[in-house]
Design a binder for this molecule. Structure first.
Ligand SMILES: [Zn+2]
Length: 497
């Protein structure tokens, strides 16, 4: 959010009328003795702008201070303050070369275009090494010692220097807005610039090539009164001459898209997630791959994650209104429109094998994940089971089964899942049950039942050698086996409307 506000204010500043004039005016107004001093210390033009608190477009043009100083030739040296960041000079890890005074906006724009992202806005994320902050702090103390008594210092420098990070954004945002033909604002499309330096921070002799290590180190920020102790000779503030530019890389990415919906599974040979045991696939396909794969392909993303609210066994069909799911697509090149989402849904539903269908596919925010997790814990599920019993069905069985309302069942962890679940005893509730006869068959029937989520249905039918009690077998006083099972309804609000 912080970053967002900053960018907004930057944009605002840039859009002010008469910006060009005020830029050159404000550069002219800089105190020339101080500017000369800084240039002679090897500070680059953009760093001088930011030290004096200038904002906006002044950074975007190729900066020159010739109007204030004849020493502008020094801008070709590596800046002692930003180590080349604001001069667009850096060591490229990709090409293993030192690149000087690059046209960074153009390089970035070319890369972005090459990756063929669709986007309406972009936002810059900048990470710079702690040594740069530490340089800024040293310089500020120096400036205070050297020019603290002058009125321009008291007026300007106290109102605040612009950080290297913000100055870099000022330098890039305006040209990038032109090159990419869209505005900069906080949105899902990000361009990430990462600068690192082999010196973690000033005075730290430990060399570190990793930005991570730099991050973990505490940066000491000098506080007001410590400055009084600085030597008044003034030149010791830094500037151990910078001899190494920062390492620089950049990439662009999009924050994830989330697709929510419900799926139906018509096959007893399709697992919910890709299921491979000893290099061998279980079942002919998975819901995850069918739905996620199609969505990923359509969005041209890098990868996807599939989350479902609960799961059914591979041999259990998922019918009725379907089971809620969420697909998270990483780094999509395409922005899915509403029409696009409908098209993806149609593509999945028109697949030849008809193993899986989706309903109500739509884009949801990242809150979809919470919605689904809440929904998962909740509520009731309905099933239809094809049951065989060891004796012919009797008339009174119908009444007997449907007379049970909110029946409490104790389930010890089923034998079939004991190898991966800890042994526990859970109480579950069977809300209602009903037998549907199958014409011409006396020992087979359909059992419709509505249970608390998490009930082991197969075990409730056959009793799992007494580990589930009561069971259909114990209630009817005979052996009961389950031949087929379908989920017919999941009562959950999310992704339904
Ligand atoms: Zn600089």
């Amino acid at each position: 959010m912080e970053e967002h506000k900053q960018e907004e204010s930057m944009k605002h500043l840039g859009e002010e009328e008469g910006e060009e004039e005020s830029v050159s005016e404000s550069v002219r107004d800089l105190p020339s003795d101080a500017v000369k001093e800084l240039l002679s210390e090897g500070v680059c033009a953009r760093c001088i702008f930011r030290l004096f608190g200038l904002q906006g477009r002044v950074y975007a043009s190729s900066p020159s201070l010739s109007s204030v100083s004849s020493l502008s030739a020094t801008t070709h040296q590596l800046c002692t303050l930003c180590f080349g960041i604001l001069q667009f000079t850096y060591y490229s890890d990709d090409t293993q070369t030192l690149l000087q005074n690059q046209n960074l906006p153009l390089l970035i724009a070319d890369t972005v275009k090459r990756h063929a992202y669709q986007f309406h806005t972009f936002s810059l994320e900048v990470s710079i090494p702690p040594i740069i902050l530490s340089n800024d702090n040293s310089l500020r103390s120096y400036m205070k010692t050297k020019f603290g008594s002058q009125s321009w210092f008291q007026e300007n420098l106290h109102t605040g220097c612009i950080s290297t990070k913000d100055a870099l954004k000022f330098s890039l945002i305006y040209p990038l807005e032109n090159l990419l033909e869209c505005k900069s604002s906080m949105g899902p499309f990000r361009i990430r610039l990462t600068y690192t330096h082999t010196k973690a921070s000033k005075g730290d002799q430990n060399r570190s090539d990793s930005a991570e290590t730099c991050k973990r180190r505490k940066i000491e920020i000098p506080v007001g009164n410590s400055l009084e102790n600085d030597s008044s000779d003034g030149c010791e503030f830094l500037l151990e001459k910078a001899n190494e530019p920062c390492h620089f890389t950049f990439y662009c990415y999009r924050t994830p898209f989330y697709f929510g919906g419900r799926y139906l599974k018509y096959s007893r040979n399709v697992s919910q997630t890709c299921w491979i045991i000893d290099d061998e696939r279980m079942g002919e396909a998975s819901v995850e791959e069918i739905i996620g794969g199609k969505i990923l392909q359509a969005c041209q993303g890098d990868s996807f994650k599939f989350h479902a609210a609960g799961r059914e066994d591979i041999d259990v069909r998922m019918l009725g209104p379907g089971r809620p799911f969420l697909v998270e697509v990483q780094n999509a090149r395409h922005i899915p429109s509403e029409l696009f989402v409908k098209d993806v849904e149609r593509k999945i539903n028109n697949m030849e094998n008809k193993l899986v269908r989706v309903k109500n596919l739509k884009l949801v925010g990242s809150e979809g994940w919470d919605l689904m997790r809440e929904g998962e814990a909740e509520k009731q599920k309905q099933y239809a089971a094809l049951v065989w019993i060891s004796r012919p069905l009797k008339d009174e069985d119908f009444q007997c089964i449907s007379s049970h309302k909110d029946l409490k069942v104790l389930q010890r962890t089923p034998i079939r899942v004991l190898h991966r679940r800890s042994p526990l005893e859970r109480e579950k509730i069977i809300h209602w049950m009903k037998i549907e006869a199958i014409a011409g068959s006396s020992q087979y029937f359909l059992l419709h039942l509505c249970t608390q989520a998490g009930t082991y249905i197969k075990e409730f039918v056959h009793g799992d050698l007494g580990r589930t009690h009561p069971s259909i077998g114990s209630i009817l006083g005979c052996r009961a086996e389950i031949l087929q099972l379908d989920v017919t309804d999941i009562k959950m609000e999310c992704f339904l409307t």
